[in-house]
Design a protein. Sequence first.
Length: 174
Amino acid sequence: MNYFELFDLALSFDIDTATLAERYRDLQRAVHPDKFANDTEQQKLLSVQRTAQVNDGYQTLKSPLRRAEHMLSLRGIELSHETMTIKDTGFLMQQMEWREMLEDINDSADPNGIIDTLYDSFATYEKSLFSLLSQQLIKADENDNKQAADQIRKLKFMAKLHDELARIEDALLD
């Protein structure tokens, strides 16, 4: 399903999230199961399915990473269950540096300083990845699609690093 069509939005990485939210509310009102309470079982089931599609579409388009992945899937590139590794040596070196910093947090005299540094470093790196991704998704040729897929893989890895850092931070607070 093309969620951009469902929400009547241009197929673009950069979307107006306020417009998305407004169209989500409109679609929810139109397909909500309560509206079909007195209809046939088939209509009720269809309403539940449509509601699920609208909810899934909204969650997908609301998230920049999921939105980019959806755009590539519409172009025939599926990333959702792949296990391809990242071959960018610069990114791999940066990844090792971040991993070392994560390991050093518990033994550090200033764990909060390392945590803040990592959050800042992650945010800066993610911002540059999203900027590249946005440019690559505009062009939509085969090479740019492959590069966009690599940016998505990196961003997925960054999300895992964020989760790991949040767990470490939570453990320190306990």
